[in-house]
Design a protein around this ligand. Structure first.
Ligand code: PFF
Length: 495
């Protein structure tokens, strides 16, 4: 790629950039979130709202974030600053939310490291649930009691942060090379697991549950909101990552085609993951003689309880499939994790002129230190509380602000024209409608309704103070730091 003489680091190739964006998008959520949400929200019929959300929100916002990062030649704060200097805080908010996410995302990867080891010995025996909750996490009775640090998880956490540091050490060019391994490898693992899953008894029942269309569900607005939520989280939107990655593109780089490739690759992976997950669930239902709906799980419970239970029941090579599954989680997670760190490192370096490696080392140390809270015995509760609040409110807020700032302040048409100058596929005025009307309306509704719900009925069974500290308190803190950085950055101007 041409350097344009700006002196800014560049991706080694276009493939490197697209693969890095795909790697960020394809993460744990594709395996443990999409199949479940699809099943829960109408099965095969869910593909309708999903594709609607993908075309009205996913692709438009992918293009918007790519275009903003590329035109500013900087991360999210620079991208907002280039549009209106006083909006830089919104970019910092995205960076900080990304950093909050990575502090716990790495803890989930730490569990996965441990489970690669446990799989070799099939350490969970016949009680995967007891093993996870009582042995691995060693849970306390609630978030009020943190308890001691869990040694094996800390080891996994340190390994994860060392991996992130090593990958980001040499900058964006090495990221472009690493993703050539970390993107295809989990896809290969998934293929192995899908073939294994689909050849097990009961698999057809499982897949039928996954895709059985229930069109009545489409009349429920919550199903449509679920589709938007999934598209945002899954494409790593609203998190400063894509703007940072796009800032290393030369000014004549394509936008629309790269966005389409990223979006389709991610959604294809999610859809395919559903076959691996639900065929295995079908097998579990068959083995235990219970209906499929009674074994369906999502999130950590799926990965660390249900899946190990399934692995124990496999007729042969159980440890092998266990290792493949947890290696898949690790390789899925790592490129999402380092993208979240890079999303923050890029603007910090651009703003303060510090050396890239210095910024990355500090972020890794701080990320590891914060992660220690989550590896205590009560840490799981905090992980859950923080995750809920950042991904339900933070992400949607930032995406909404992006739409308003670009759609109504900068001008959707103006940015689209800029994009079309260098893009292979020319985008029509449908993009403006999505950015100015459809997406902000849906996201605004989403945000208001989830805020009302969050205030009326606090999340989970946690005491109110815990939701205040880990949820609202954390959100207020993050916003305050963003405003501080935004005003500081505003004074410094673009470097
Ligand atoms: N897209 C990732 C997943 O589906 O697991 C998670 C994620 C990564 C969200 C990076 C946001 C982000 F910036």
């Amino acid at each position: 790629m041409a350097d344009q003489g700006s002196g800014r680091e560049r991706w080694g190739s276009r493939t490197g950039f697209v693969m890095a964006a795909v790697g960020s998008a394809i993460g744990l959520g594709n395996v443990w979130r999409f199949p479940y949400i699809c099943y829960q929200n109408g099965g095969g019929a869910f593909l309708i709202p999903f594709f609607f959300a993908l075309f009205t929100c996913g692709f438009p916002l992918l293009m918007l974030e790519f275009a903003m990062g590329k035109r500013a030649q900087g991360g999210a704060p620079q991208a907002f600053h280039a549009i209106r200097p006083f909006m830089a805080w919104a970019g910092w908010l995205a960076c900080l939310c990304a950093f909050v996410i990575v502090t716990y995302y790495c803890v989930i990867m730490a569990w996965s490291w441990d489970y690669v080891w446990y799989s070799i010995k099939m350490a969970w025996g016949t009680d995967a649930e007891g093993f996870f909750r009582e042995h691995v996490l060693n849970l306390t009775s609630g978030p009020g009691i943190l308890g001691v640090i869990q040694g094996p998880i800390v080891i996994g956490l340190i390994l994860t942060w060392i991996a992130i540091l090593a990958i980001l050490w040499k900058g964006i060019r090495s990221v472009g090379r690493v993703v050539l391994v970390t993107v295809p490898l989990p896809a290969l693992c998934l293929a192995v697991l899908a073939v294994r899953g689909l050849t097990l008894p009961g698999a057809v029942d499982g897949v039928t549950y996954y895709l059985q269309p229930d069109f009545v569900k489409l009349t429920d607005p919550r199903v449509w909101l679920a589709a938007y939520g999934q598209v945002l989280f899954s494409l790593s939107l609203g998190m400063a990552v894509l703007a940072a990655y796009a800032s290393y593109l030369p000014r004549d780089a394509d936008i629309s085609n790269n966005a389409f490739m990223t979006g389709f690759a991610n959604c294809g992976f999610s859809f395919f993951a559903g076959f691996a997950v639900f065929s295995a669930l079908g097998f579990l239902a068959y083995q235990t003689g219970v209906p499929v709906q009674d074994v369906v799980e999502s999130g950590p419970d799926l990965a660390f309880i249900t899946y190990p239970t399934i692995i124990s029941q496999l007729p042969f090579w159980a440890p092998f499939f266990g290792v493949v599954f947890f290696l898949m989680l690790l390789t899925l997670g790592i490129d999402s994790a380092f993208s979240l760190v890079e999303g923050f490192a890029t603007p910090l370096r651009d703003t303060f002129g510090t050396k890239h490696i210095k910024v990355v080392i500090w972020l890794c140390i701080i990320g590891l230190a914060i992660g220690i809270i989550y590896v205590t015995r009560g840490g799981f509760y905090w992980l859950d509380i923080v995750d809920h609040h950042v991904s339900d409110y933070g992400l949607v807020t930032i995406a909404l602000v992006e739409c308003i700032v670009v759609g109504w302040i900068f001008g959707a048409r103006r940015l689209r024209r800029e994009m079309n100058e260098t893009s292979e596929v020319k985008i029509g005025s449908w993009w403006d409608i999505c950015i100015m009307a459809i997406t902000p309306l849906v996201l605004g509704y989403f945000l208001i309704s989830s805020l009302i719900k969050g205030i009326i009925e606090p999340y989970g069974d946690y005491p109110a103070w815990a939701n205040w500290v880990g949820g609202w308190g954390m959100i207020i803190l993050v916003i305050a730091i963003s405003i501080f950085l935004g005003t500081k950055y505003h004074r410094k101007g673009v470097k």
